[in-house]
Design a protein around this ligand. Structure first.
Ligand code: SAH
Ligand code: SF4
Ligand code: F3S
Length: 452
């Protein structure tokens, strides 16, 4: 028994892990859950690859650029792996699911390819590589994801992401997510509540519910359960200050859900609801299921019910066939909607998607110019909107030291503005009032008004 490889590897050595995550918040949470599992097995996290026994990348496939970055990181590990063949290199997440076996062909020094549904088996997969000395491919599409977590392992004690559904059924024509994350599966309210209660008992004040298309939460569950029902139940839990949720899809965001949000005091007054384009013919070819007018009316309805509501959006520029006129419609939508902030992406064809069958006919310089134009426009709008807050008191949930100045604290308002302020005391995890005296397009600066 003493000489069994499992015994040696499990209990005595090879216990440092380097972990880097790319992509969206779902990937960040999956990374957190994976690291929690490894820490329970006795692994220590290191931030230098040279000190690691196991090097893992949780990857994203949403655009070509995201994949190129990972392949370049993997390539740079070739010499390290030659010097230390015992080090395990693993690729997890969306790119692992999409490229599978091909990753071993392109990067023969990779030991593990673990897809989006298999991360809960990481410790076991690592042991398998150690004891068999061969590559392991784990991308089973039917595997049911185990999202049970040890609530004690998370980067910030006062905040937590909580998965409420996985996968996406929308198949927007440009998007790889449904192919790599599979069909929508919602967790039950009971299951989610149990996790949130455990998080609250562990000091959590704010939860962010995650789903690629969170407005269709409940589909497939027994009874006619909606996101509104889930939010109402969580709003009743004592000890929690704030509830956020991402990402909203305009076609699935019902007016009933908006009414519910307007009634619940803990639910943040912020929607991340990507428009993607302002042109109806592009939206149609993107298979988004709504028109620009529908989007405008939905936001108008939401702002009437929730007067302080802020909205963030994503846009794709240079989708196949996007003319200057289509692009001007996007500019107009952005001007009219007064978004709080926007993420702008250059269209990147993804093999296997419907849009990949269309010619990627907008030249890169035009994509780049449109990207810059939208970024500049949004920057002006964000600054103008933030200036309206100067002289006002805002309520802030304090998150930690400011990234740009560790002597100051940083937090967020209920409308998702970032606020930086001075404080004589550590108020992390508290709700405080701050008077805003200066703003940029990204940040509000203020003075602490009360300290509970
Ligand atoms: N589920 C979310 C977003 C998922 S991906 C939603 O539906 O809103 C995040 C963003 O990446 C998308 O909103 C879209 O703007 C962008 N994106 C997705 N596929 C893309 C592609 N092929 N090229 C460029 N941007 C893309
Ligand atoms: Fe992709 Fe559309 Fe699903 Fe969002 S809703 S993940 S953009 S297919
Ligand atoms: Fe990327 Fe996968 Fe998220 S493709 S955007 S990491 S779901």
């Amino acid at each position: 028994m003493v000489n069994s490889p499992d015994f040696i590897y499990k209990d005595q050595q090879y216990k440092t892990v380097f972990f880097e995550t790319f992509g969206c918040q779902m990937n960040k949470l999956d990374a957190e859950l994976s690291l929690g599992l490894l820490q329970e097995e006795g692994y220590r996290i290191v931030d230098n690859v040279n000190e690691a026994d196991v090097i893992l990348f949780n990857t994203c496939s949403v655009r070509q650029h995201a994949e190129d970055k990972v392949y370049s990181h993997l390539g740079s590990l070739k010499t390290l792996k030659k010097r230390h063949p015992d080090v395990i290199v693993g690729v997890l997440g969306c790119m692992a699911q999409k490229d599978g076996e091909a990753i071993f062909k392109r990067m023969p020094h990779v030991d593990l390819v673990c897809g989006t549904r298999m991360f809960s088996r990481l410790p076991e997969l690592i042991l398998k590589i150690r004891s068999h000395g061969s590559h392991v491919l784990a991308i089973d599409e039917d595997h049911i994801v185990n999202v049970k977590r040890a609530v004690t392992y998370r980067p910030n004690i006062h905040q937590a992401f909580v998965t409420v559904m996985r996968g996406c059924d929308n198949f927007c024509s440009y998007c790889i997510v449904p192919y790599v994350r599979g069909r929508e599966v919602s967790r039950t309210i009971t299951d989610i509540k149990e996790e949130v209660q455990a998080l609250i008992a562990n000091g959590c004040k704010e939860i962010t519910l995650l789903g690629q298309n969170i407005n269709s939460y409940g589909k497939g569950l027994q009874g006619a359960i909606t996101l509104g029902d889930l939010l109402s139940e969580l709003n009743d839990l004592g000890g929690l200050d704030r509830i956020k949720f991402v990402t909203s899809h305009p076609a699935d965001m019902s007016r009933d859900i908006i009414r519910t949000i307007s009634r619940l005091e803990k639910v943040c007054e912020h929607l991340h609801m990507p428009a993607q384009s302002g042109s109806d013919q592009i939206l149609k070819r993107m298979r988004r299921g709504y028109t620009s007018t529908y989007y405008r009316e939905l936001i108008q309805f939401a702002k009437e019910l929730i007067p302080h509501l802020t909205v963030a959006s994503d846009f794709i520029v240079g989708f196949p066939g996007e003319t200057e006129k289509d692009f001007q419609e996007t500019v107009k939508l952005m001007e009219d909607m007064r978004f709080q902030n926007c993420f702008i992406f250059k269209y990147s064809p993804r093999t296997g998607t419907k849009a990949a069958e269309l010619e990627d006919d907008v030249p890169d310089e035009i994509k780049r110019a449109r990207n810059i134009r939208l970024l500049e426009l949004q920057k002006c709008i964000s600054l103008e909107e933030n200036k309206k807050i100067i002289g006002k008191n805002v309520q802030v949930l304090v998150e930690g030291a400011s990234k740009s100045d560790p002597n100051r604290l940083s937090g967020r308002t209920k409308q998702n503005h970032i606020v930086v302020f001075n404080s004589p005391r550590n108020l992390v995890g508290r709700l405080v009032n701050v008077m805003i005296y200066e703003v940029t397009d990204l940040t509000l600066y203020g003075e602490l008004k009360n300290s509970p």
